[in-house]
Design a protein around this ligand. Sequence first.
Ligand SMILES: C[S@@+](CC[C@H](N)C(=O)[O-])C[C@H]1O[C@@H](n2cnc3c(N)ncnc32)[C@H](O)[C@@H]1O
Length: 234
Amino acid sequence: MTNKSAKLRADKLFHNLERMSVSPLIEDGDEDTARIVALHGQTVEVVADTSRQPRMKKFRFQLLHRWLTHNFAPCKAADIGGGKGLLAYLLSTNGWNTTVIDPIGQALPIKYKDLSTDTRVKIDPQATVPHLDAEFAPGQAAGFDLLIGMHAHGCNAAIIDAAATYGCGFVIFPCCVIGEPFYPPLGVHWLESLADYAIRQGHTLRPFRLNFKGQNIGLYSMGRCKSANQRIDE
Ligand SMILES: C[S@@+](CC[C@H](N)C(=O)[O-])C[C@H]1O[C@@H](n2cnc3c(N)ncnc32)[C@H](O)[C@@H]1O
Protein backbone atom coordinates (compact mmCIF):
# COMPACT_ATOMS: atom_id res chain seq x y z
CA MET A 1 0.00 0.00 0.00
CA THR A 2 1.41 3.43 -0.94
CA ASN A 3 1.62 6.25 1.58
CA LYS A 4 -1.15 8.07 -0.31
CA SER A 5 -3.59 5.17 -0.32
CA ALA A 6 -2.77 4.40 3.32
CA LYS A 7 -3.58 8.00 4.22
CA LEU A 8 -6.85 7.89 2.23
CA ARG A 9 -7.83 4.68 3.96
CA ALA A 10 -6.98 6.11 7.38
CA ASP A 11 -9.00 9.27 6.65
CA LYS A 12 -11.99 7.22 5.57
CA LEU A 13 -11.71 4.99 8.63
CA PHE A 14 -11.46 8.03 10.90
CA HIS A 15 -14.50 9.64 9.24
CA ASN A 16 -16.51 6.45 9.62
CA LEU A 17 -15.59 6.03 13.28
CA GLU A 18 -16.33 9.67 13.90
CA ARG A 19 -19.77 9.33 12.26
CA MET A 20 -20.56 6.18 14.24
CA SER A 21 -19.56 7.78 17.50
CA VAL A 22 -21.02 11.23 16.92
CA SER A 23 -24.35 10.56 15.20
CA PRO A 24 -26.18 9.25 18.29
CA LEU A 25 -25.38 12.49 20.03
CA ILE A 26 -26.69 14.75 17.29
CA GLU A 27 -30.02 16.00 18.58
CA ASP A 28 -31.67 16.33 15.19
CA GLY A 29 -29.77 13.41 13.74
CA ASP A 30 -30.06 14.81 10.23
CA GLU A 31 -26.30 14.59 9.58
CA ASP A 32 -26.00 13.12 6.10
CA THR A 33 -29.42 11.57 5.44
CA ALA A 34 -30.54 14.69 3.55
CA ARG A 35 -28.30 13.74 0.62
CA ILE A 36 -29.71 10.20 0.32
CA VAL A 37 -32.03 9.95 -2.69
CA ALA A 38 -31.92 6.20 -3.22
CA LEU A 39 -31.26 3.13 -1.12
CA HIS A 40 -30.29 -0.24 -2.51
CA GLY A 41 -31.10 1.04 -5.98
CA GLN A 42 -34.60 2.21 -5.03
CA THR A 43 -35.60 5.86 -5.07
CA VAL A 44 -36.54 7.19 -1.65
CA GLU A 45 -40.16 8.23 -2.15
CA VAL A 46 -40.69 11.71 -0.76
CA VAL A 47 -44.10 11.83 0.92
CA ALA A 48 -46.07 14.97 0.12
CA ASP A 49 -47.06 17.22 2.99
CA THR A 50 -49.07 20.41 3.27
CA SER A 51 -45.98 22.14 4.61
CA ARG A 52 -43.23 22.67 2.06
CA GLN A 53 -40.72 23.40 4.83
CA PRO A 54 -39.43 20.48 6.87
CA ARG A 55 -41.50 20.29 10.04
CA MET A 56 -40.03 20.11 13.50
CA LYS A 57 -38.95 16.67 14.64
CA LYS A 58 -41.67 16.62 17.30
CA PHE A 59 -44.28 16.22 14.53
CA ARG A 60 -42.85 12.88 13.39
CA PHE A 61 -45.66 10.92 15.07
CA GLN A 62 -48.44 12.84 13.31
CA LEU A 63 -46.67 12.45 9.94
CA LEU A 64 -46.05 8.74 10.46
CA HIS A 65 -49.62 8.24 11.70
CA ARG A 66 -50.96 9.85 8.53
CA TRP A 67 -48.63 7.83 6.32
CA LEU A 68 -49.49 4.55 8.08
CA THR A 69 -53.24 5.08 7.88
CA HIS A 70 -52.99 5.97 4.19
CA ASN A 71 -50.87 2.94 3.36
CA PHE A 72 -51.84 0.13 5.72
CA ALA A 73 -55.26 -1.22 6.65
CA PRO A 74 -55.82 -1.14 10.44
CA CYS A 75 -54.00 -4.05 12.05
CA LYS A 76 -52.39 -5.33 15.21
CA ALA A 77 -49.17 -3.37 15.53
CA ALA A 78 -46.29 -3.11 17.97
CA ASP A 79 -44.62 0.28 18.39
CA ILE A 80 -41.18 -0.83 19.50
CA GLY A 81 -39.33 1.79 21.54
CA GLY A 82 -42.58 3.73 21.33
CA GLY A 83 -41.71 6.15 24.14
CA LYS A 84 -44.74 8.12 25.35
CA GLY A 85 -47.11 6.23 23.07
CA LEU A 86 -48.45 9.12 20.99
CA LEU A 87 -48.24 7.14 17.75
CA ALA A 88 -50.08 4.19 19.33
CA TYR A 89 -52.72 6.60 20.62
CA LEU A 90 -53.22 8.28 17.23
CA LEU A 91 -53.48 4.89 15.51
CA SER A 92 -56.08 3.77 18.05
CA THR A 93 -58.33 6.62 16.85
CA ASN A 94 -58.36 4.86 13.45
CA GLY A 95 -59.25 1.44 14.84
CA TRP A 96 -55.71 0.10 15.07
CA ASN A 97 -54.71 -2.13 17.97
CA THR A 98 -51.22 -0.93 18.85
CA THR A 99 -49.05 -1.97 21.80
CA VAL A 100 -46.00 0.01 22.86
CA ILE A 101 -43.05 -2.26 23.64
CA ASP A 102 -40.55 -0.21 25.62
CA PRO A 103 -38.63 -0.97 28.82
CA ILE A 104 -39.40 2.53 30.08
CA GLY A 105 -43.06 3.20 30.81
CA GLN A 106 -44.11 6.80 30.16
CA ALA A 107 -47.43 8.60 30.32
CA LEU A 108 -49.11 9.81 27.14
CA PRO A 109 -48.53 13.49 26.37
CA ILE A 110 -51.35 15.76 27.47
CA LYS A 111 -51.84 17.28 24.03
CA TYR A 112 -50.62 17.23 20.45
CA LYS A 113 -51.03 19.33 17.33
CA ASP A 114 -53.40 18.08 14.64
CA LEU A 115 -51.51 18.99 11.46
CA SER A 116 -54.54 18.81 9.17
CA THR A 117 -56.54 21.38 11.18
CA ASP A 118 -53.53 23.17 12.70
CA THR A 119 -55.16 22.95 16.13
CA ARG A 120 -54.05 21.67 19.51
CA VAL A 121 -55.89 18.56 20.65
CA LYS A 122 -56.04 17.53 24.32
CA ILE A 123 -55.68 13.89 25.24
CA ASP A 124 -58.03 12.62 27.95
CA PRO A 125 -55.88 12.32 31.11
CA GLN A 126 -57.47 8.89 31.70
CA ALA A 127 -56.45 7.63 28.25
CA THR A 128 -53.84 4.88 28.03
CA VAL A 129 -52.39 2.67 25.32
CA PRO A 130 -51.45 -1.01 25.73
CA HIS A 131 -47.87 -1.15 26.98
CA LEU A 132 -45.41 -4.00 27.38
CA ASP A 133 -42.70 -2.97 29.84
CA ALA A 134 -39.85 -4.88 28.25
CA GLU A 135 -36.93 -4.70 25.91
CA PHE A 136 -37.94 -5.93 22.50
CA ALA A 137 -37.28 -9.62 21.90
CA PRO A 138 -38.07 -11.09 18.47
CA GLY A 139 -40.42 -13.73 19.97
CA GLN A 140 -42.82 -10.92 20.96
CA ALA A 141 -43.54 -10.32 17.29
CA ALA A 142 -45.53 -13.56 17.05
CA GLY A 143 -48.78 -11.82 17.99
CA PHE A 144 -48.44 -8.80 15.70
CA ASP A 145 -49.03 -8.02 12.02
CA LEU A 146 -46.84 -4.92 11.87
CA LEU A 147 -43.70 -3.91 13.76
CA ILE A 148 -43.00 -0.19 13.95
CA GLY A 149 -39.71 1.31 15.13
CA MET A 150 -39.41 5.10 15.13
CA HIS A 151 -35.85 5.85 16.22
CA ALA A 152 -35.97 2.61 18.21
CA HIS A 153 -32.50 2.37 19.70
CA GLY A 154 -30.73 -0.88 19.05
CA CYS A 155 -33.87 -2.62 17.74
CA ASN A 156 -33.66 -2.25 13.94
CA ALA A 157 -31.93 -5.51 13.05
CA ALA A 158 -34.08 -7.38 15.60
CA ILE A 159 -37.25 -5.94 14.01
CA ILE A 160 -36.08 -7.04 10.55
CA ASP A 161 -35.26 -10.52 11.88
CA ALA A 162 -38.56 -10.86 13.74
CA ALA A 163 -40.58 -9.71 10.72
CA ALA A 164 -38.83 -12.33 8.58
CA THR A 165 -39.49 -15.07 11.13
CA TYR A 166 -43.17 -14.27 11.72
CA GLY A 167 -44.17 -12.80 8.35
CA CYS A 168 -44.99 -9.40 9.84
CA GLY A 169 -44.69 -6.13 8.00
CA PHE A 170 -42.37 -3.50 9.44
CA VAL A 171 -41.77 0.23 9.27
CA ILE A 172 -38.52 1.47 10.75
CA PHE A 173 -36.91 4.88 10.97
CA PRO A 174 -33.36 3.98 11.92
CA CYS A 175 -31.30 6.54 13.79
CA CYS A 176 -28.01 5.42 15.28
CA VAL A 177 -26.13 2.14 15.05
CA ILE A 178 -25.52 1.87 18.81
CA GLY A 179 -26.76 -1.39 20.31
CA GLU A 180 -27.22 -3.09 16.92
CA PRO A 181 -25.60 -6.47 16.26
CA PHE A 182 -23.51 -5.21 13.33
CA TYR A 183 -21.88 -2.04 12.03
CA PRO A 184 -22.02 -0.87 8.42
CA PRO A 185 -18.93 -1.73 6.41
CA LEU A 186 -16.42 1.04 5.90
CA GLY A 187 -17.86 3.79 3.67
CA VAL A 188 -21.41 2.39 3.68
CA HIS A 189 -24.20 4.41 5.29
CA TRP A 190 -26.05 2.70 8.15
CA LEU A 191 -29.35 2.98 6.24
CA GLU A 192 -27.86 1.33 3.17
CA SER A 193 -26.42 -1.42 5.31
CA LEU A 194 -29.76 -2.06 7.03
CA ALA A 195 -31.61 -2.04 3.70
CA ASP A 196 -29.16 -4.62 2.40
CA TYR A 197 -29.61 -6.70 5.56
CA ALA A 198 -33.42 -6.62 5.20
CA ILE A 199 -33.28 -7.66 1.55
CA ARG A 200 -30.97 -10.52 2.43
CA GLN A 201 -33.57 -11.61 5.00
CA GLY A 202 -36.06 -11.91 2.12
CA HIS A 203 -38.04 -8.70 2.63
CA THR A 204 -39.42 -6.62 -0.23
CA LEU A 205 -38.29 -3.23 0.91
CA ARG A 206 -39.35 0.32 0.09
CA PRO A 207 -37.67 3.52 1.32
CA PHE A 208 -39.58 6.75 1.91
CA ARG A 209 -38.98 10.14 3.48
CA LEU A 210 -41.37 12.03 5.76
CA ASN A 211 -41.31 15.80 6.05
CA PHE A 212 -39.63 16.33 9.42
CA LYS A 213 -36.16 17.43 10.41
CA GLY A 214 -33.73 14.74 11.42
CA GLN A 215 -33.63 11.03 10.67
CA ASN A 216 -36.65 11.09 8.40
CA ILE A 217 -36.02 8.15 6.07
CA GLY A 218 -38.16 5.10 6.72
CA LEU A 219 -37.82 1.56 5.37
CA TYR A 220 -40.90 -0.58 5.12
CA SER A 221 -42.06 -4.00 4.11
CA MET A 222 -45.74 -4.96 3.90
CA GLY A 223 -45.30 -8.54 5.10
CA ARG A 224 -48.77 -9.99 5.60
CA CYS A 225 -50.33 -6.57 6.20
CA LYS A 226 -53.08 -5.36 3.91
CA SER A 227 -52.74 -2.16 1.98
CA ALA A 228 -55.16 0.68 2.71
CA ASN A 229 -55.37 1.27 -1.06
CA GLN A 230 -55.17 4.95 -0.48
CA ARG A 231 -52.57 7.47 -1.43
CA ILE A 232 -51.48 10.64 0.21
CA ASP A 233 -52.38 13.30 -2.33
CA GLU A 234 -52.83 16.34 -0.15
C1 LIG B 1 -34.93 7.73 20.87
S1 LIG B 1 -36.22 7.05 21.82
C2 LIG B 1 -37.51 7.02 20.61
C3 LIG B 1 -38.85 7.02 21.24
C4 LIG B 1 -39.99 7.29 20.25
N1 LIG B 1 -40.15 6.22 19.28
C5 LIG B 1 -39.73 8.61 19.57
O1 LIG B 1 -39.57 8.65 18.34
O2 LIG B 1 -39.69 9.61 20.30
C6 LIG B 1 -35.76 5.36 21.94
C7 LIG B 1 -36.75 4.54 22.73
O3 LIG B 1 -36.34 3.18 22.65
C8 LIG B 1 -36.54 2.60 23.92
N2 LIG B 1 -35.68 1.42 23.95
C9 LIG B 1 -34.36 1.35 24.20
N3 LIG B 1 -33.93 0.09 24.12
C10 LIG B 1 -35.01 -0.66 23.80
C11 LIG B 1 -35.23 -2.04 23.58
N4 LIG B 1 -34.22 -2.92 23.66
N5 LIG B 1 -36.47 -2.47 23.27
C12 LIG B 1 -37.49 -1.60 23.17
N6 LIG B 1 -37.35 -0.27 23.37
C13 LIG B 1 -36.13 0.19 23.68
C14 LIG B 1 -36.21 3.68 24.89
O4 LIG B 1 -36.77 3.45 26.18
C15 LIG B 1 -36.82 4.89 24.21
O5 LIG B 1 -38.17 5.09 24.56
